[in-house]
Design a binder for this molecule. Structure first.
Ligand code: AVI
Length: 335
């Protein structure tokens, strides 16, 4: 599953941290949980791509995260979409083909579709065909006149879109939820460049989480109900379910913190004791305090993001933020 909204998961290369030791584990292996986890546990430091959070349990936990009082991104972005619906419709224009990177739960795209004038087609792109077709049929029932054309593809790699539907004036991309933040900045630039090529002559509406008081970020990734902790630890439970691993639930703790110099929230699973773990018949050692790095979530200033978008082939036009400048929504046009 790919992710841009509650209910689905990302399917990109492992988010990188700094330096060669943290390069993504490239190649076909990267798409397979077993191979990726085995390679990530053998690496130093240990890490695994956040795309593996999103099995059925992980997707359900992510949906719950999006409703938590501390996790402001979903709430603020939905509010921005609603408050600026008229202006968005004017900037985006009529008769567009809307391409969503990742098939969302539908809440955000519905808000956008309801605002747009005569949208011609909706093209959700997701690596999970099952998730994609479920999302498409839910929308079909409510938008009978909209051409709904799901594309099964990994949107982090080169892929083709079907020819535009007749009557469509231009293609417009939609990438909400600050999913762009789960890419390292150089990967984000690569994604934006690819999107600019695909959306030739069109534009991209994208949600981007902002740098803010670290205490707010800390709360958002360490919620009081422990849902984010359960989401993080589900990765180990998933390994136990799918790979016959023997991770002990009480042997690891959720650990999330904002790293101000790198401008990202890091999520880890920290080993509470010195232990050996078996995964798919192989044994790995964890020292006390050693972590498995599971996610990076990069934060930007508005200016930094606009400059990244400009370098990648977009003309940054308008952007919107909430009064507290927690989150931003950007309208970019292809240069
Ligand atoms: C999907 N992604 C943008 C979320 C984020 O904030 O990085 C995933 C998440 N991780 C912990 N809470 C939410």
């Amino acid at each position: 599953m790919q992710m841009s909204d509650p209910g689905k998961g990302p399917s990109w290369k492992a988010p990188t941290t700094d330096g060669a030791r943290d390069r993504p584990l490239d190649g076909a292996e990267d798409d397979d949980f077993r191979s990726a986890l085995l390679a990530g546990l053998a690496a130093t430091p240990k890490r695994v791509s956040c795309k593996f959070f999103y099995d059925a349990e992980g997707s359900a936990l992510f949906d719950r995260i999006c409703t938590l009082p501390e996790y402001y991104p979903t709430r603020v972005e939905l509010d921005l979409l609603e408050r600026h619906a008229g202006e968005l419709a004017m900037l985006i224009g009529p008769d567009v083909e809307l391409v969503e990177f990742g098939a969302g739960s539908g809440r955000k795209v519905r808000r956008l579709l309801d605002a747009l004038r005569r949208p011609r087609a909706y093209v959700p792109v997701d690596i999970s065909g099952e998730h994609l077709h479920q999302a498409a049929s839910r929308l079909r029932a409510d938008y009978p006149r909209l051409g709904i054309r799901p594309v099964v593809a990994d949107y982090t790699r080169a892929f083709d879109l079907p020819p535009s539907v007749s009557g469509a004036q231009r293609r417009v991309g939609f990438f909400p939820g600050s999913t762009i933040g789960n890419f390292a900045p150089e990967e984000a630039a690569g994604f934006l460049g690819m999107a600019a090529a695909l959306l030739d002559g069109g534009g991209l509406l994208i949600g981007v989480d902002l740098i803010k008081d670290p205490a707010l970020l800390h709360a958002a990734y360490n919620d009081s109900q422990g849902v984010t902790a359960a989401f993080n630890k589900n990765l180990l439970a998933r390994a136990n379910r799918e790979l016959g691993a023997d991770f002990a639930d009480d042997g690891f703790a959720h650990y999330a913190f904002y790293q101000p110099l790198a401008r990202r929230v890091e999520m880890h699973l920290v080993s509470l004791v010195a232990q050996r773990v078996r995964v798919a018949g192989r044994e790995f050692r964890f020292a006390t305090g050693e972590t498995l790095h599971t996610e990076n979530s990069y934060k930007y200033t508005v200016e930094e993001f606009r400059s990244l978008a400009a370098q990648a082939g977009f003309v940054p036009r308008k952007y919107w933020t909430d009064a507290a400048r927690l989150f931003s929504l950007h309208w970019l046009e292809v240069a």
